[in-house]
Design a protein around this ligand. Sequence first.
Ligand code: ADP
Ligand code: ZN
Length: 295
Amino acid sequence: MKKYGALEAGGTKMVLAVMDGEGTELQRKVIPTRTPEETMPEMLSFFIGEHLAALGVGCFGPLDLNPASPTYGSITRTPKLAWRGYPILRAFEQALSIPVALDTDVNGAALAEAKLGAARGLSSCLYLTVGTGIGGGLIVGGEPVHGLMHPEIGHLLLTPEPDDPAPAGFCPYHPHCAEGLASGPAIEKRWGVSARDLPEDHPAWALEASYLAQVCADAMLAFSPKKIILGGGVMHQSFLFPMIREKTVRLLNGYIPVPAVEAGLMDYIVPTGLGDQSGILGAWLLARQAEASHV
Ligand code: ADP
Ligand code: ZN
């Protein structure tokens, strides 16, 4: 039986799995993310000896994904300083001597949702996670989008709402970007209460829905994805979905005359189809692609 390695590399934890050709998990291990010197040997000892056909890595970023770049496959400007500049792709390739594919965690999750989840059968989708940060993975023509770098939809610049008590938001790079205004920590900093503990009738949620609607409307105008999938811890507040749909329709103001919008975006802005499995399944799909492109 062929086996594939899958790694969901996050800022706080690493989820490692060995999977078969059908995407069934054979083994899983979760370890805390420390420095590369501490974390890499532990990850390698999990994968070494498994005789993997390939490894797929969905990683926090930003990443250098330009094959022509001398630092291709490295983590770039991350606030996790120990990982800044770390050549994660090369480190796995050299230690395991197997094909390795690297993409952003959110591009991986978007790929899994497009192939197996809420956007199954569709050639394009946007996957947005709203958690510790905001990240967007974009699939177009069945493939994750790379370009100058890779999309950083979580840092789209938004229009601050007039009733926002913290209209500049909290991103160290940009005033009023989506992550700075609407991530879980942004909600907590603005209101002094964890997003988990804010009651449903708190004004935080109308504001949150407004910002996420701006992201959805902008993404629809810029990329025209066939579906938008919202995941991450904050989206556990499922009452946000109808609020976001309604506000997105209002922002578009009749400009996109397609049935999905006319139906109020009910089947268009949706929760994940794979729940918290989209990251690891995305890494597995990347491993399958790495194998296919090395034959
Ligand atoms: P990460 O982004 O680190 O992978 P999560 O997606 O769980 O992890 O995001 C964590 C953030 O989401 C925290 O800021 C937390 O306050 C918020 N969060 C987690 N669960 C909930 C919940 N049920 N309701 C609202 N916010 C939540
Ligand atoms: Zn930002």
